[in-house]
Ligand binder design. Structure first.
Ligand code: PCA
Length: 329
């Protein structure tokens, strides 16, 4: 009996090693570039999504999240996934606004200013966004909105004229257009570079959410936050269709289920955390104020101009989406 012992354990070791290597062969690892910091709620939601996928597939599909634009910068992420340099990615939909008007819709000022309106806008535009991504071999998995957008500045702003020639940070072509219409000078700065741009005085104002204001420690350089609630831009998570099609049916199902859960959770967390973020701005000494009536009225006019410009550019497709949105109100 004793003499068979070494043989048996050698056999067990071989089986174990064989078992391990089959598992290793079957395991798929995806790189997932994302633009925002690891501690931002979008990234935390994505990490949870990756964990859910790993546990639902018993580790067969592992998604490695690369936050903060470290692997690819926000605007490069779509091309990276199209080119097969990454399998899955996240970006701000409106960073693609120059490519197609449909990507600009959720940054048209004052079109959808609450979570409920944004959900309606998304429900009437989702298939149009999906169709555009599909043309480029990409499959949409889920979207999550940012908290409502406001204006940060170094000094008090009473009326639109106060923005004259002011260098204002922009994160998308639509925001840049808004800044032009406000009389300011848009300067494109990615979220990952925002703290530095503020510290070096490249910009003296910024249009973004309470969330990014918190992430970039806006209070260190800026004193006022005007809680304008002008729109809620969305991030989207998408995967290469070819890579997705290469998965077995069970893994595809697990991925889609985790994506649906991430969408529900992300919309909820975004809404729930908004007040907390605004509170952090106040706690750190910022003046959080509503815009004056005069400023609000002038910003609304900018919104009307941009809605008209969007409609003209988006054509018949755009008109039917906007009509559907208005009918759902
Ligand atoms: N934060 C991102 C996009 C919108 C937002 O709230 C940013 O400022 O870059």
């Amino acid at each position: 009996m004793r003499s068979t012992q070494p043989f048996r354990s050698a056999l067990c070791a071989t089986v174990a090693a064989f078992g391990l290597s089959t598992a290793a062969l079957a395991q798929t690892t995806w790189d997932m570039p994302t633009p925002y910091p690891a501690t931002n709620f979008h990234t935390e939601n994505i990490q949870q999504f990756a964990n859910d996928v790993a546990s639902a597939t018993a580790g067969q599909l592992k998604i490695t999240v690369h936050p903060g634009g470290a692997l690819f910068k926000g605007p490069e992420i779509k091309r990276a996934v199209q080119a097969g340099q990454a399998q899955i990615g996240e970006l701000l939909i409106s960073s693609l606004a120059n490519e197609d008007a449909m990507y600009a819709l959720d940054t048209v000022p004052f079109l959808a200013t609450s979570y409920a309106e944004s959900a309606k806008l998304w429900s009437v535009s989702r298939s149009a966004v999906e169709a555009r991504l599909a043309k480029h071999g990409l499959k949409l998995l889920f979207t999550v909105p940012w908290p409502p957008q406001g204006i940060y500045s170094k000094s008090a702003v009473a009326a639109m004229g106060d923005f004259k020639n002011m260098k204002i940070r922009s994160y998308s072509p639509t925001v840049a257009r808004m800044i032009e219409l406000m009389g300011g000078q848009p300067v494109t700065v990615q979220a990952a570079d925002l703290t530095q741009a503020l510290a070096t005085g490249v910009v003296s104002a910024n249009i973004t959410s309470s969330s990014t204001g918190y992430d970039s420690k806006s209070w260190e350089q800026l004193s006022h936050y005007y809680d304008v609630q002008a729109w809620l831009p969305k991030n989207m998570v998408f995967v290469s269709q070819k890579v997705f099609d290469g998965l077995d049916a069970g893994t595809r199902e697990a991925l889609l289920k985790a994506a649906a859960a991430a969408e529900t959770r992300g919309w909820q967390v975004s809404e729930e955390k908004t007040a907390w973020y605004v509170d952090q701005l106040k706690k750190n000494g910022m003046q959080v104020l509503p815009p004056s009536d005069a400023l609000r009225a002038d910003l609304k006019k900018v919104g009307d101009t941009m809605t008209a410009e969007w409609l003209e550019r988006a054509g018949a497709d755009g008109k039917s989406v906007l009509d559907a949105y208005r009918a759902a109100q």
